[in-house]
Design a protein around this ligand. Structure first.
Ligand code: SAM
Length: 221
């Protein structure tokens, strides 16, 4: 099994092959698609096509107005969400300065700046300063942090709001389909803990979807 710098990447194309992936290709605005291709070519971590397909389909029905994203990278998933939710506002946090700067530039070029609050900083620190109520949270930063972030994200989420955590199946490591490499053991334990907690939390209703690299969709009751 090939190993990459980013834990979310596991195939040469950067996308995990699932049985449904062939049917679930995302169709986005051409400019966003170009940015996505360029990001993949430069090995910048970007959600895979199947995940973005789920995001766009789900958001067309759910229509959130106030979106929070942890892990902006260069702004692709953020732009995709705003392209679907035409009146929504996005608050998005990124700790890598180069990615943050590129995301800000991309939002500007796509005419989205007025609907984005882009924050440069660490997800835990920055979410502790936020006070708004969000109806949709896309959790896509370091997977090892998901469990630590959960209590704060639950309090930022409206009742009826959705917390969508990306990459929770980690290339089959979580389900036992693939052997866990030594250096991923700690990460796998943290993600397993996240899944155990969200699936047993009585204030949430959670389903884990075998799409992309695995998604955990939790609704706040
Ligand atoms: C998988 S990428 C995000 C991809 C992006 N959501 C998309 O689909 O276009 C994860 C990003 O989270 C950022 N990140 C990781 N840990 C973080 C943290 N603790 N706080 C803020 N950003 C973080 C990384 O620098 C990386 O750019």
């Amino acid at each position: 099994m090939q190993e990459f710098t980013y834990a979310h990447k596991n195939t040469e194309s950067g996308e995990r092959i699932t049985p449904t992936a062939q049917f679930n290709l995302v169709k986005t605005d051409k400019r966003i698609e170009e940015l996505r291709k360029s990001a993949f070519a430069r090995e910048i971590p970007v959600s895979d096509s199947e995940t973005l397909n789920f995001l766009t389909t789900f958001l067309q029905a759910f229509k959130p107005q106030n979106i929070l994203e942890l892990g902006t990278a260069v702004g692709i998933s953020g732009a995709v969400m705003l392209d679907i939710c035409k009146t929504a506002h996005l608050t998005t946090v990124e700790r890598d300065e180069n990615f943050y700067n590129e995301a800000v530039k991309n939002f500007k070029n796509l005419g989205l700046s007025e609907r984005v609050t882009a924050i440069y900083g660490d997800a835990a620190e920055e979410t502790s300063k936020l006070s708004g109520e969000y109806d949709f949270i896309f959790l896509d930063c370091a997977k090892v942090q998901y469990i630590k972030l959960l209590p704060r994200l639950k309090s930022l989420l409206k009742r009826g709001g959705v917390l969508l955590a990306d990459d929770v199946l980690l290339f089959g490591y979580i389900t036992g389909e693939a052997e866990v490499p030594k250096k991923r053991k700690m990460l796998v334990e943290h993600v397993r803990e996240y899944l155990n907690v969200v699936t047993n939390d009585s204030s949430l209703s959670t389903t884990v979807l075998n799409l992309g690299n695995g998604l955990a969709l939790s609704v706040k009751k």
